[in-house]
Design a protein around this ligand. Structure first.
Ligand code: HEC
Length: 269
């Protein structure tokens, strides 16, 4: 009894297995076979969804249009459309107004450093001490590695360059007769690079590029301006400035580590 029951179950299982194998070959083909049939999807998830084509008509909405107009009180996610000029007297609108001006980028002199086809001679934005300071900071971050903190082309990174970085104190960049000495040209080089120098427009925006031009001019002036040319007030300010203390040479004897240092140095001997 037990045996025949077991045999029957075995036969049934075997028949099932053969049928399944036959079905899978017939239905699925072998793995790797090409087929022009659409793939089988056992879990279609969200592969198929109803949709409408843009601007197609439909009987579903009263106005017959698939394009829906947002509710008048809807607030757009991400950005809102409004005229910042209407709010010009509110402090928070200032950043929108500035951004808008930048986005329009209408003024070629400011945004391209150009007047028609040619580079502008002079910086087209107001020059202030604050902006020069900002330019100094940006120059030291982005330019000094190659051009040196003094702008003489002797930066650390560039010491092995085959094409050495320009010495920004050279006539080419200081003599107003030279096209390459125009403010607009220096701006162009900062933003878009030249020959072996990469452009920095990705990390130096338009305003900062002008700030750097201002600082480059200050660097250049610092080399050729004598103290006598300064106004009395400027001279007083300069003389009143703190000078860095000369660095004292460390004594030759080897210093004894402090107790605290020894304790935190991670041990070892
Ligand atoms: C990665 C190194 C590197 C950095 C950073 C760099 N420069 Fe240069 N720069 C060069 C090299 C190299 C040249 C010479 C390019 C050539 O003649 O092929 C050059 C040339 C120039 C020139 C002369 C262009 C000409 O037509 O002769 C100016 C002006 C200049 N750089 C300004 C700047 C300013 C301002 C910055 C900072 C925003 C800056 N550079 C950042 C490497 C650099």
């Amino acid at each position: 009894m037990n045996t025949s029951k077991g045999t029957m179950r075995y036969r049934a299982l075997r028949a099932g297995a053969i049928a399944l194998a036959a079905w899978s070959v017939a239905a699925g083909g072998c793995r790797g076979d090409r087929s022009s049939e659409p793939p089988r999807r056992f879990f279609p998830d969200m592969d198929y969804q109803p949709r409408w084509n843009f601007q197609a008509d439909t009987g579903f909405f009263e106005d017959g249009s698939t394009a829906r107009v947002p509710d008048p009180n809807a607030v757009a996610f991400g950005r809102a459309r409004f005229d910042p000029n209407e709010y010009a007297d509110r402090p928070w609108a200032a950043s929108f107004l500035a951004q808008r001006k930048d986005l329009l980028a209408e003024d070629d002199a400011v945004y391209l450093g150009k007047n028609g086809e040619d580079y502008v001679d002079y910086i087209p934005v107001p020059v202030t001490a604050e902006r020069i300071r900002r330019g100094q900071e940006r120059f030291n971050i982005f330019c000094a590695v190659c051009h040196g903190y003094e702008g003489d082309g002797k930066g650390m990174v560039a010491s092995n360059f085959i094409a050495p970085p320009a010495d920004l104190h050279a006539d080419l960049y200081t003599d107003p007769i030279q096209r390459t000495a125009r403010d607009g040209y220096i701006f162009e080089v900062i933003r878009n690079g030249v020959r072996n120098m990469p452009g920095y427009a990705h990390s130096i925006n338009v305003q900062d590029a002008w700030n750097i031009v201002m600082y480059v001019r200050a660097l250049q002036a610092s080399r050729v301006t004598s103290l006598d040319e300064l106004s009395q007030a400027d001279r007083d300010a300069l003389e009143g400035m703190e000078r860095p203390e000369p660095v004292e040479q460390a004594p030759a004897e080897s210093p004894t580590p402090l107790e605290g240092d020894a304790a935190t140095s991670g041990g070892g001997q």
